[in-house]
Design a protein around this ligand. Sequence first.
Ligand SMILES: Nc1ncnc2c1ncn2[C@@H]1O[C@H](COP(=O)(O)OP(=O)(O)OP(=O)(O)O)[C@@H](O)[C@H]1O
Ligand SMILES: [Mg+2]
Length: 485
Amino acid sequence: MSRNTDTTLPPLRRSLSARLLLFTILFVMLSEVLIYVPSIARFRQSFLLERANEAHLATLALDATPTGRLEPELEQQLLQQSGVLAVELWRPMAELMLGGMPRVDASYELDGAGAPELIRDAFLTMAAGGRRTISVITPARGEPGIKVEIFLREDNLFREMVDYSWRILNLSIVISLITAGLVYATLQWLMVRPMRRLTLNLVGYRKAPEDPARMLPPTRRGDEIGVLQRELARMQSELRQSLAQKTRLAALGTAVSKITHDLRGILNSADLIAERLQRVDDPGVKRVTPLLVGSLDRAVELCTQTLDLARGDQAVPQRRRFPLLELLQEVGASLEPCEKGDVRWALEVERGLEVEADYDRLYRVFMNLGRNAVRAMDNHGTVRIEADTEPGGRVRISFSDDGPGIPDAAREHLFTPFAGAASAGGTGLGLATARDLVRAHGGDLILERSGPDGTTFRIVLPAVFDGPAKAANARRPQAGAPFRL
Ligand SMILES: Nc1ncnc2c1ncn2[C@@H]1O[C@H](COP(=O)(O)OP(=O)(O)OP(=O)(O)O)[C@@H](O)[C@H]1O
Ligand SMILES: [Mg+2]
């Protein structure tokens, strides 16, 4: 099937206006035909009734003569004036006949004839071309019980019907031209011109969507075209904004790649220095240096992944099976040196619970949630992490704090990059990144509850491949938790 992809405006002959004009003329002519059909039948009926009345009057002259006969010339004159060849008056006492009875081709009874018969007879008259002689019976006007039968040639009737048809045709042409002109002008003004303007604008917009001069002007029209124009204008402006944002993001992506590249260099140097620190004898330094080295390694790995992503290589999660508690303890320990206040990191993890995931990515998820919680509580309070296995084997982790809850400004776009930030210094990337990372594992991250007494996020991770991610009889909380940062 071939698709029409032409976007230039059509020539006048194929335009909407020309088609509308043509259809209007056609429809007016059609309605005139519908009017013409019954009216030509009525015209024939009136013609014949008039002839019958005049002929009836002529027969009255017969009644006035004592002999019941008229002079042939007078009889001829009366019949000619009535427009008939002969007339017969049917009445109970005696019949009256004026003129000699001719041979007839068809007989009609007007009384009681329905519209379909009258229409059919009118068309038969037209088809015969005025060459027939007919007889017509009708009740006498004003004299109940008496009928008049007239005999006449159809030539006069045919001529008058043709004249009448021409008059109707001419009138139809004039009416249809006037109506079509008026409809055309109205439609042109109401529809075609605005549609043409919209079409031209859309063609121009497609060529240069970023050009603000191509935007549709505002309209106050309240009809469908007004709605269409407003919707299109809104769509254009949204599209333009998203194009502008894409351009900005592309520029940002390039800048981030460059920064990440240099940052990786800096972090590599810091990593080497941290490794040297491990040789220092101070027990405090010895305790935190492995954490520092771990964090720096992860940061270098993250830079590498960011650069891969910028090159178009989407890194696949490196899944392995590990105890969830181990990861959560490491996140807590990494957060500890950053916090200035008194934060409890309370872990209630099902004994032996294991997950099958990318360790570093899950670490980033918990770091993001942990940092948010600690910041929301202003460094004072408890972060409670509960983890267990659902009946189907999925791992359910709930992450709660007793902070003041998520501000209204942040809620609506909580998981949309850059849009959810509501606290000073936040970029609004943390939760969006965390959700993406969880979803990359086939799981999900949702906000379960948030209010003045705290906030809970829930993470669900898919079941591990080879059976439940825990020892079968271990539903008690893990010994050793909670612990204090
Ligand atoms: N546990 C929480 N309690 C209260 N508010 C929270 C909590 N977690 C997130 N928020 C709110 O949600 C917003 C978005 O969080 P998100 O982690 O996406 O971005 P951010 O923390 O502002 O910036 P960053 O990109 O540095 O993480 C935060 O600015 C904060 O207002
Ligand atoms: Mg954050």
